[in-house]
Design a binder for this molecule. Structure first.
Ligand SMILES: [Zn+2]
Length: 234
């Protein structure tokens, strides 16, 4: 399906984010959307993409994403929508992924490292267990992106919100409140990791034999101070 058909949703999502359209590009996987698995993904500018373990990324899409004209931009990849309600879901996904771009612009690479860390710790806790998706939606970066998409959906696609809330895409619309201060996201990630303290500190954790505070310290020096405060005062 041609990209042009959906440009309105993209433009609306960018405008809601007050994002510079020249810095973001949209890519569609034109295959039928699979029932399970990742439905949308954001790639930061300049990042050389490794093949994800996800059906959303195939070699045709990868070529387009790594085209020199696109490489310098925030790149959002998703499936083309089918039907009115799915256009609203599509728009919500776009706003969600654009918010990841805003997080990156505000905070840089630490956002990639913290997202990877919270994801890995969750895998230790609930990886491979049925119906674990709500845990992943509670990661601070996801809560923030879903608060942005929920606000956008309520403002621009209000008649579809109840239907979206009942669906597997419900997290996109599930927030009564606005996204918070982006500068507070790294501390929220440390607080989230502390919820899974034993997994974060286990020998099987992403930290392996390195202490979690050292990993956090290598991401940003102030983050290990937050972890140590929690550990010392609890
Ligand atoms: Zn996300």
């Amino acid at each position: 399906m041609p990209l042009e058909s959906f440009k309105d949703h993209w433009d609306r999502a960018l405008s809601h984010a007050k994002a510079d359209p020249s810095r973001f590009s949209l890519f569609l996987n034109e295959e039928a959307e699979p029932e399970h698995g990742e439905k949308a993904h954001w790639f930061p500018p300049h990042l050389k993409i490794e093949m994800l373990d996800s059906p959303i990324l195939n070699s045709k899409v990868l070529d387009a994403l790594e085209d020199p004209a696109s490489l310098t931009k925030h790149r959002v990849l998703t499936y083309a929508p089918v039907g009115d309600a799915s256009e609203a879901v599509f728009a919500g996904r776009l706003r969600h992924e654009i918010r990841h771009g805003e997080q990156y612009d505000a905070l840089g690479n630490q956002i990639l490292m913290l997202g990877d860390l919270t994801d890995r710790v969750l895998r230790l806790r609930v990886g491979g267990l049925a119906n674990s998706a709500p845990y992943y939606s509670l990661q601070p970066l996801e809560l923030d992106a879903n608060a942005a998409s929920a606000q956008f959906l309520r403002e621009s696609y209000g008649e579809f919100v109840d239907q979206i809330l009942e669906s597997d895409d419900g997290p996109l619309a599930r927030s009564n409140t606005l996204p918070g201060d982006l500068r507070k996201l790294p501390a929220k990630c440390v607080a989230f990791l502390y919820l899974f303290r034993e997994e974060a500190m286990s020998n099987e954790s992403p930290a392996k034999e390195i202490a979690i505070d050292a990993i956090l310290g290598s991401i940003a020096p102030e983050l290990n101070l937050i972890w140590n405060e929690l550990e010392a005062n609890s």
